[in-house]
Write a new protein. Structure first.
Length: 332
């Protein structure tokens, strides 16, 4: 029997231990983790994002800030948590959504003031752009300088690029902004596709951003805006090239701690549905024992309501391993 473990830390054992403490209401493990992470920006960005999701459910960061008001990381996590709460309030259409957003902006600017060279603080500010669906704020309607892109928070993205080029979360936050704009589904999806192809074409070295076009297409499926040629798209030349670039240039060249479960899950799906099952088997093996519900839940078309997409995920794993004899033998 196959056992799947759904955990946001994935193979980052240090993050997993810090999360246990956060969930118990203790902040020292989080502080120590961020201290040793230092200026490794990719790792710092991903770790603070995962920690914020867990910490937003309690006052653990507020307790930390109260105990160590001179610790910059405490201020950064306060901003992270405030942003997470603001985004959560918007998703749930909370009546105090504007209050949550105002608090988040205050916390973010405090973090930026204290650490202007930390790209994560600027990522927090960029994350709030998706709440401004009508682009009321001037910083959210800057001209892109690239043909075909709508106005948006391009100045914020450029600032982050100066500090940490091709920051994964920053580019995904732009995608979320493009999807949230009050301009219609078709226009939003077209902008996401254009942006994803543009980013992938720039070929950032060993970056999961090579998967950005795939994320856009999964979002199109989730919104029901695809035709019956779904599988053919993934086997098409440009998409296969994008997927294989991610497989060879990113998956094979970065350490496990820098490969998120979400990115690996999407790569495994793209390879499997694109009939690259030997490569998919390798990615599934690297994922073990972890799994992610996306993109499987978004692309699933079955009738089971218990855990949408898991049946498809298990089928894809089995088919991929069966196409790779040596890996299939290892599982007997």
């Amino acid at each position: 029997m196959t056992y799947l473990v759904y955990h946001p830390a994935g193979h980052d054992d240090e993050l997993r231990m810090a999360l246990v403490e956060v969930q118990a209401g203790h902040w020292r493990g989080m502080r120590d983790l961020l201290r040793v992470t230092g200026a490794r920006w990719r790792l710092r960005t991903s770790r603070t994002q995962v920690l914020a999701v867990a910490a937003a459910r309690s006052d653990v960061v507020a307790l930390w800030l109260r105990e160590e008001p001179g610790c910059y990381d405490a201020w950064l996590m306060s901003a992270r948590v405030a942003v997470e709460r603001a985004l959560r309030a918007q998703r749930k259409r909370h009546p105090q959504s504007l209050t949550f957003e105002a608090r988040a902006r205050t916390a973010v600017w405090e973090a930026i003031h204290r650490g202007p060279e930390d790209p994560v603080a600027w990522v927090c500010l960029l994350a709030l752009a998706q709440l401004d669906t009508r682009q009321v704020r001037e910083e959210h309607r800057v001209l892109s300088g690239e043909w075909g892109f709508p106005s948006g928070p391009w100045g914020l993205l450029n600032r982050i690029d100066q500090l940490d080029p091709f920051n994964r979360e920053a580019y995904h936050r732009v995608v979320q902004f493009l999807l949230a704009r009050d301009c219609g589904v078709d226009s939003s999806l077209a902008a996401v596709h254009d942006f994803g192809r543009y980013v992938a074409a720039r070929r950032p070295a060993v970056s999961p951003l090579l998967l950005l076009p795939a994320y856009g297409y999964v979002e199109q499926k989730r919104r029901g805006a695809v035709d019956g040629a779904w599988r053919f798209f993934w086997a098409d030349g440009p998409m296969v090239a994008c997927t294989l670039d991610a497989f060879h240039q990113w998956f094979h060249k970065v350490p496990p701690v820098l490969r998120s479960v979400g990115d690996l899950s999407l790569l495994a799906y793209a390879l499997w549905v694109g009939e690259r099952r030997r490569e998919a088997a390798e990615v599934f093996e690297a994922l073990e024992p972890y799994a992610c519900r996306e993109p499987w839940a978004s692309v699933y078309t079955g009738s089971s309501q218990a855990d949408p997409g898991e049946a498809l995920l298990l089928r894809a794993r089995a088919e991929s391993f069966s196409s790779h004899p040596s890996r299939a033998r290892d599982r007997r």
